[in-house]
Design a protein around this ligand. Structure first.
Ligand code: NI
Length: 171
């Protein structure tokens, strides 16, 4: 297993629509293991493959730190089957450091995809699990939490980044 580098906004890879996995082979299983290790090392509760530079439709989620009843799982080519309700919750993202903003999501969601063993699986969840699933599915379509907040808040974040960059460069 290996801890991978997490790409940060505004890396172009984070804006891309990721490709379907057409064969679940050893490489995909290894990717899942590395993503899990990287997620845990960063204290994240979810991660999409594009965040570590692989533009494939693979996610890992473990909301255990917030909801101990839920377990770790990985999903390949996940698709939303159904969704309902509305919930608003503060979200962060390992690829968008120092940003914590309220985002509107569906309250309940049912997602279908494949396990790393190649079996079709379904995951349904509400609350934090539903939020994490939608957040990771967004990543697969090149959508970040910054795309789901107001333009003003997005500008404030961008300006903050610019200022930090200038400071680093000593300008
Ligand atoms: Ni994220």
């Amino acid at each position: 297993m290996a801890v991978l580098e997490i790409l940060k906004y505004p890396h172009p890879m984070l804006k891309k629509r990721c490709q379907e996995v057409d064969r679940i082979d050893g490489g995909v299983k290894q990717l899942v293991r590395d993503m899990v290790e990287t997620m845990y090392r960063s204290n994240g509760i979810g991660m999409a493959a594009c965040q570590v530079g692989i533009p494939k439709r693979v996610i890992v989620v473990d909301v255990g730190p917030i909801d101990p009843e839920k377990d770790l799982f990985a999903m390949i080519n996940p698709e939303i089957v159904s969704e309902e309700g509305e919930i608003e919750h503060e979200e962060g993202c390992l690829s968008v450091p120092d940003c914590s903003e309220k985002v509107k999501r569906k309250e309940k969601i049912l997602v279908r995809g494949f396990s790393p063993e190649g079996e079709e699986i379904e995951v349904s969840g509400d609350g934090i699990l539903a939020i994490a699933l939608q957040h990771e599915l967004d990543h697969l379509n090149g959508v970040l939490i910054l795309d789901r907040i107001s333009r003003l808040k997005r500008e404030i974040y961008r300006n903050k980044l610019k200022k930090e960059k200038r400071k680093e460069e000593g300008v």
